[in-house]
Design a protein around this ligand. Sequence first.
Ligand code: SF4
Ligand code: MG
Length: 336
Amino acid sequence: EAPLLAVQDLAKHYPVRRGLILARQVGTVRAVDGVSFTLNRGETLALVGESGCGKSTTARLVLRLIEPSAGHIAIEGEDITRLSGAALRRLRRRAQIIFQDPYASLNPRLSVGDAIAEPMVVHGIGNAATRAARVRELLGLVGLAAYHADRYPHEFSGGQRQRIGIARALAVQPELVVCDEPVSALDVSIQAQVVNLLKELQARFGLAYLFIAHDLAVVKHMADRVAVMYLGRIVEIAEKRALFAAPRHPYTRALLAAIPHPDPGRRGKVTPLGGDVPSPMAIPPGCRFHTRCPHAAEICRQQEPPALEVAPGHLAACHFAATLPPADMAVGGGLS
Ligand code: SF4
Ligand code: MG
């Protein structure tokens, strides 16, 4: 059976131009540079990496909000890379997005009820009365009272606005929901509530989540599998347990080491990752991580590492993925 979503060698390259009148191309930003993964029904795949690694661009490509430069996207085996018109609108109904910033993502002039009903209007679902009933039901599903439908976004807290964003995303009964850092802008005390709500809704409706995050701590309670991105590529992908317990890529290890251990007495010394992330206009040759990797050798500067399958379903794009010594996961990050 085909996975709900399959992405193959996906790329998004932007030309960079200088000059106002006779603009000439001075380079290329390789924002997404050959990404492949699958996502099953009811599953959560986390896409994790530092800002600028291409995770949000990957999400927008999957939703067909921007056009890929290369590669393929399939939903249940059907290639949707070049869909347009009515077929693209049907796809939009199956795949929705929850945005990072609950303050910016809701139109301040629309009542909460109208904001939640809008996707149903766009897709021609129901009439005014059935949509109003559905809005009340959706508000209940996300833990808000029905009378909130007549209020406006400014009357709500960040956490409540994110619940409204979730209700809006679920209005058209999608199968796939892209969650673009849905808790990053919220207070830590609110984050767990929203994560738990997303998990509840997933269990209830069999939703698949592509869950984007910039650190591994958030995905620990959310993901089934984790894909770690660096400079436009997935450098490691594995079941969550395997990734946290036995990471095989030096970059994943660095991200894990940056998570403070919950017990202060067991916090070791974290060696921060040296150097800056190179520009996606100047991706290093060979292994793109070699300028910051503590294990870099000559081959790393020369040859791009293939994705090695170090265990079933566990891939790491490192020349030494199979031979690096086990990581010292006592420092942080271990799956508690
Ligand atoms: Fe580091 Fe080399 Fe592995 Fe790249 S291939 S992650 S530079 S050891
Ligand atoms: Mg982003």
